[in-house]
Design a protein around this ligand. Structure first.
Ligand SMILES: [Zn+2]
Length: 412
């Protein structure tokens, strides 16, 4: 079967470059932090394009924006394509932006070819995905999906004391569209932000889900004593169980390779002194795995390793969970729509899990959801040097178009 409709990779690339010029940094990246004037300028640029393409614009109460191209069936649920336009302070040109402008390229391609879909197509711009200025990431989609209440989010302040609510009101972004409306499907196109596709040579990652993330804070208690006068065999030094626990944790991670991710960090000892045996040592562990049951068993193994290490050296310890995001498994129909679109386009693909969180994780709680990854240079992201090939950008948008057409045509 030959595809009749195509995206325009040059138009997409020039839009990406136009958007990158808003809040451009000297090192070649973008700085459009959430709800700032630069974020507004980026959105205004997008809204101008969307209105020119005949889309109607809606905002919900947390500023999530939906640009809608009507379908032929007024009762059909929309197929939503999107991501975010806000960036890290030293962000790249593609993280998030690519999913919004790739989604918009689908709308433009349908206009070019005068194709009417039965279901409406909407391009979503989620508010504050990055969480760098207002410290909660994937904020807009969290409110949309009912994960966080709007009041709580409006009260979050930046370092200068300005709140999300202040900025939503100032920018006129506190709209009235309903949160969590039913969708036919949601597809998010994104750069991989990792090295797997580049290494394997696949042009498209058909994303099957997002791994679970659990953060722990560990405290190991010792007994403070003089570093010069206390014989080694009379100490209760928390660095001894720390060493034993770290070695055991890394062995555990190696035994569960390649899917597990384990990152001990933020080591701190008290008192802050080089000639006192520490009273206690604290550290964090970021542990990730795509399978919920395995994450639970790794949690139990982690606790037992730390307990054994502490006990072996006569130390008390505590392990607390400070952040917990369950693994997300994307909708089978959406995954298959992406996969068969890649097949129809003759583009090399592989199934892949996401190591990072995305707005799609929240949307998946409410609607059938899938994601498409394209390779990025050296897997680099959250960096001004973040880079993708124009051809790679074009291939991702083409797969998004055909997956969206599949879902929009068969809407019930
Ligand atoms: Zn992103």
């Amino acid at each position: 079967m030959v595809n009749r409709v195509h995206t325009d990779p040059e138009r997409l690339w020039s839009r990406l470059m136009d958007m990158a010029a808003v809040g451009a940094t000297p090192a070649g990246g973008s700085n459009r932090q959430a709800l700032s004037d630069d974020d507004r300028a980026g959105r205004d640029l997008f809204v101008g394009w969307a209105e020119q393409a005949g889309c109607s614009i809606e905002l919900d109460g947390v500023g999530n924006l939906f640009a809608r191209r009507d379908g032929t069936d007024p009762d059909a649920l929309p197929v939503v394509l999107g991501s975010h336009l806000d960036t890290q302070p030293t962000g790249g040109r593609f993280d998030g932006v690519y999913g919004v402008l790739g989604g918009f390229e689908v709308v433009e391609a349908l206009n070019d070819h005068s194709v009417r879909t039965r279901a409406p197509i909407e391009v979503a711009v989620w508010t504050n995905e990055e969480g760098s200025r207002f410290p909660v990431s994937m904020m807009g989609s969290a409110v949309w999906a009912g994960v966080l209440p709007l009041d709580q989010v409006r009260a979050i302040t930046d370092r200068s004391g300005i709140s999300v609510g202040d900025e939503l009101d100032r920018l006129g972004w506190a709209g009235t569209a309903a949160f969590g409306k039913p969708l036919r499907a949601y597809l998010e196109l994104h750069i991989e932000q990792g090295p797997i596709l580049e290494a394997s040579g696949s042009s498209i990652g058909v994303v099957t889900g997002v791994q679970g993330i659990r953060w722990f804070r560990v405290t190991i208690e010792g007994f403070p004593a003089h570093a010069g006068t206390t014989p080694m065999d009379r100490r209760r030094d928390p660095s001894r169980p720390l060493g034993l626990a770290l070695s055991g944790l890394h062995d555990m991670a190696a035994a569960h390779a390649p899917q597990v991710r384990l990152t001990p960090a933020m080591f701190a000892s008290e008192p802050v002194s080089s000639n006192t045996v520490p009273d206690h040592i604290t550290f964090t562990i970021d542990m990730r795995h795509p399978d919920a049951a395995t994450l639970e068993s790794l949690d139990a193994e982690l606790r037992s390793l730390i307990a054994q290490a502490a006990e072996a050296h006569g130390c008390q310890h505590q392990v607390e969970v400070i952040n917990d995001c369950a693994p997300v498994v994307f909708d089978d129909e959406c995954v298959r729509a992406v996969e068969s679109a890649a097949q129809r386009c003759g583009i090399a693909y592989e199934r892949i899990g996401s190591g990072a969180g995305h707005d799609a994780c929240h949307v998946a709680l409410k609607a059938p959801t899938g994601m498409i990854f394209v390779p990025c240079e050296d897997g680099l992201s959250h960096n001004e040097a973040e880079s993708i090939e124009p051809e790679a950008a074009g291939r991702g948008a083409e797969v998004l178009l055909h997956a969206a057409l599949d879902l929009a045509d068969t809407a019930t």
